[in-house]
Design a protein around this ligand. Structure first.
Ligand code: ATP
Ligand code: MG
Length: 365
């Protein structure tokens, strides 16, 4: 299980009188976040009926613009996803504004499903979403707890409920991200413990929706099947975000972002080679979109290092930052095979976490 504060450190809570309805559940009160935020806060004074609210200023003040701009800057493509996030932000701003006039309504349903192929940015966007919801006052802590079936489901009778409840408790006040959620449901084994976990999650998604946002992630087709067999889950999800595969141009842009961040650059002659590499890699098995780009660059760095260390003569700063065509041409992708270290393992899961991903935390401690 991975736990992660929102990017850019924990933002200041901005929830006075806004979305921060008192949490209704008993379990959430045990988990006062490290920002010391007890869920209950005195409601802000109601506005008079003839008052007005400057939503644009509100948006800026809550840091919504900042999160959206960052999302736009740091994530290539994903237009439908970005648009949807901005719509959700608008919905919540209006909801907050209504609340300030005392206009009661149910809190918008914020549980979501993120569907798409590996490496399309689901986990990354979930982290941004947690931060956004925190800034808007809909999440107390705004952290992300990322889990898979193994973190939720036990091995023997009586093991699953405490496991799932422990995860839920850790996620309270934040976003619970369940990767490959469909593995919770195994109809072929009628005594599978996954069902027990689903039941608990269903309850929590209903009763604790003021203090926890659940995101179910995975491949679109398997998620479809999962939702069809679990209508309770389906009906609790308010927003479906679909993450499209990246085209070659987007993959190149992603490599540009990654390289710039790490103080590398491509030799002009390496550019068409990388394009060719990505065009080929995209058609091969176990392609994992942006993650494959990251891995390709890692391997090019290895070849660069080997090249520089074995080269005669001194090495300049320019040499150290430049990846040349040969650094890519050494790849087996050009022999029609995926690179030796594949981007995902046999089960189609990522082979390794990139340095940028949330820090691993043991599920027990
Ligand atoms: N649109 C993008 N622009 C730039 N970098 C991206 C983009 N999408 C993903 N990445 C980078 O690619 C890596 C993989 O992304 P992420 O882990 O979010 O994908 P994922 O959809 O969760 O994959 P999986 O389904 O395999 O868990 C991360 O390092 C992320 O920063
Ligand atoms: Mg992921």
């Amino acid at each position: 299980m991975k736990e992660q504060e929102g990017p850019g450190g924990p933002p200041k809570p901005k929830r006075a009188g806004f979305g921060g309805r008192p949490a209704s559940s008993s379990s959430s009160s045990e988990e006062s976040g490290e920002d010391g935020g007890e869920p209950q806060e005195p409601a802000e004074e109601l506005l008079a009926d003839d008052a007005t609210i400057d939503l644009v200023a509100d948006r800026a003040k809550a840091g919504v613009d900042e999160v959206l701009a960052e999302l736009d800057r740091e994530l290539v493509g994903l237009l439908p996803v970005k648009q949807r996030i901005s719509e959700i932000a608008a919905l919540l701003l209006v909801d907050r504004a209504r609340r300030r006039f005392g206009l009661e309504s149910e809190r918008p349903n914020l549980h979501m499903s993120f569907t798409g192929s590996p490496g399309t940015g689901k986990t990354t966007v979930a982290m941004r979403m947690a931060s956004l919801l925190h800034r808007l006052g809909y999440l107390r802590r705004g952290h992300l707890v990322a889990v898979t079936r193994d973190d939720l489901v036990g091995q023997y009778v009586g093991h699953t409920a405490p496991k799932t409840k422990d995860v839920v408790k850790r996620a309270m006040g934040g976003l619970l991200f369940i990767d490959e959620a469909y593995y919770l449901y195994r109809p072929e084994n009628e005594r599978d413990y996954g069902q027990e976990s689903i039941e608990i999650l269903l309850q929590v998604m209903e009763n604790d929706r003021d203090d926890l946002v659940v995101v179910l992630a995975g491949y679109a087709d398997r998620m479809d099947v999962f939702f069809k067999s679990n209508p309770g889950m389906s009906s609790r999800v308010g927003h479906h975000l679909d993450f499209p595969e990246y085209d070659v141009k987007e993959l190149l842009d992603i490599s540009g972002l990654i390289l710039a961040k790490q103080n590398f650059r491509l030799d002009p002659e390496a550019e068409p080679v990388l394009r060719d590499y990505l065009t080929r890699r995209r058609e091969q098995p176990r392609f994992a979109n942006a993650r494959s780009v990251r891995n390709a660059l890692e391997r090019a760095r290895l070849r660069q290092a080997r090249r520089l260390v074995t080269a005669e003569g001194d090495v300049s700063k320019d040499d150290l930052v430049t990846l040349i065509a040969d650094d890519f041409l050494g790849s087996r992708v050009f022999d029609g095979e995926p690179d030796d270290e594949s981007d995902t393992d046999a089960a189609g899961r990522p082979a390794e976490e990139s340095a940028e991903e949330p820090v691993k935390e043991s599920a027990g401690g």
